[in-house]
Ligand binder design. Structure first.
Ligand SMILES: NC(=O)c1ccc[n+]([C@@H]2O[C@H](COP(=O)([O-])OP(=O)(O)OC[C@H]3O[C@@H](n4cnc5c(N)ncnc54)[C@H](O)[C@@H]3O)[C@@H](O)[C@H]2O)c1
Length: 365
């Protein structure tokens, strides 16, 4: 690997090596024409974000395959889309994302029934919350005065939001590269504001969404080798069936993000085939004021119009953009040193040396 750019602080940029695209201008217009004729598989596509993506992308000519546990909603959505766009292909396939065999069956079904003979886009949108989750809840993990046995924790949120996404990504990395030359290959992950900041009281959900970010941040460094681009949306709270009424009530009066802005961010990432390795936070709409002093100020109100000169309304922002812009010198030198050692001694030699240092050295001490 050749490293091209060194920075003032001694770190290194490997952005071009991992094919990460330039920062996304979320205020610029984008074309949706590439969505026409694409086959897109959406887990959790029966409701909320997934269903909104399906409706919007179908209106631009996409074929949609939904995998969801909610068969009644999934089948109703497919019937609606078939009526509205009779020349396109829409299917619901029962799929519990925590089941490997269900997901394998979903992907096989989509490939077998895709008008394009393959899959161009995969969205991992299935997700759950557990407001009474096991780590934090005295009800589920005993109060301090109780002397009872600990309960086995419920880990459903991790199973759906992280293991389920891992299965989806694994299958997407298998099937997308088999979709023929010249086709787009895109994985859109759905993390959350909880993938960036902790949500106290929602430890398991926060862990699951940080896990999705870890998956995204590492995978985008290598997926280009298979021609696959990986992007992510991180929405703030949006009023969908995911959040129970009690959760929505806690937010009463506080600004929320809007479903339309999540759909807009996801559509930009799905439609613009030049965007690779970027994550977009979707928050409440804010007024952005470019001051004459050159300072940009955010005004947290719910504006309905862009306001005056030098002002705009924005809900979508980039996040986790710099992983590859400033790779620590230590990491770079360490990897370089390992490469040199490998070329001199081969991996067998490296492993033998490490064995000597850690195991035999330990015995000698
Ligand atoms: N609504 C929000 O405030 C918000 C904010 C940030 C991130 N998210 C994330 O967005 C994604 C979509 O959530 P939403 O708000 O659209 O919620 P939603 O409840 O409307 O949609 C989630 C869908 O996932 C499906 N699902 C649940 N468990 C499943 C399983 N085991 N297998 C297959 N499908 C399953 C549900 O049936 C549903 O159709 C989730 O990953 C969620 O964590 C939501």
């Amino acid at each position: 690997m050749v490293f091209t750019t060194d920075q003032d602080d001694g770190s290194w940029s490997i952005v071009s090596q991992v094919r990460q695209s330039s920062p996304v201008d979320t205020t610029a217009p984008y074309s949706t024409t590439s969505l026409s004729g694409k086959t897109i598989l959406i887990t959790g596509g029966a409701s909320g974000f997934g269903a909104a993506f399906a409706r919007h992308w179908a209106s631009f000519g996409s074929h949609i395959f939904i995998g969801d546990v909610n068969d009644s909603l999934g089948l109703a959505l497919v019937a609606e889309l078939r009526t509205a766009y009779p020349t396109q292909t829409f299917h619901h396939h029962h799929c519990d994302v925590t089941s490997w065999t269900d997901q394998l069956s979903l992907f096989k079904f989509a490939v077998a029934n895709s008008p394009t003979g393959g899959i161009e886009g995969v969205v991992a949108a299935a997700g759950v919350v557990d407001m009474d989750n096991s780590f934090d809840s005295p009800r589920r993990n005993g109060s301090k005065t109780e002397n009872s046995e600990p309960e086995e924790p419920r880990l459903k949120v991790l199973e759906v939001n992280l293991t389920g996404v891992a299965y989806t990504v694994h299958l997407a990395m298998f099937y997308l590269p088999r979709n023929g030359t010249g086709r787009d290959r895109h994985i859109l992950l759905v993390s959350s504001i909880a993938g960036i900041a902790p949500l106290p009281g929602q430890t398991e959900y926060t862990a699951s969404k940080h896990g999705v970010m870890g998956l995204f941040r590492a995978l985008r460094g290598t997926s280009w080798t298979r021609g696959v681009r990986v992007n992510c949306v991180n929405p703030y709270f949006v009023d969908t069936p995911l959040l129970p009424a009690s959760g929505i009530a806690l937010l009463a009066g506080a600004p929320k993000a809007e479903l339309g802005d999540v759909v807009d961010a996801g559509t930009r990432l799905m439609a613009d085939e030049g965007i690779r390795g970027r994550a977009l936070v979707v928050g409440p709409k804010m007024r952005v004021v470019e001051g004459e002093d050159g300072v940009t100020r955010l005004v947290a109100e719910a504006p309905t119009s862009p306001g005056g000169e030098g002002e705009r309304v924005q809900a979508v922002w980039e996040v986790y953009a710099e992983d590859f812009e400033r790779v620590e010198s230590f990491v770079w030198r360490y990897i370089g040193m390992m490469n040199v050692m490998k070329s001199l001694a081969g991996w067998v030699g490296v492993v033998r040396d490490l064995w000597g240092i850690y195991v035999l050295g330990k015995k000698a001490r």
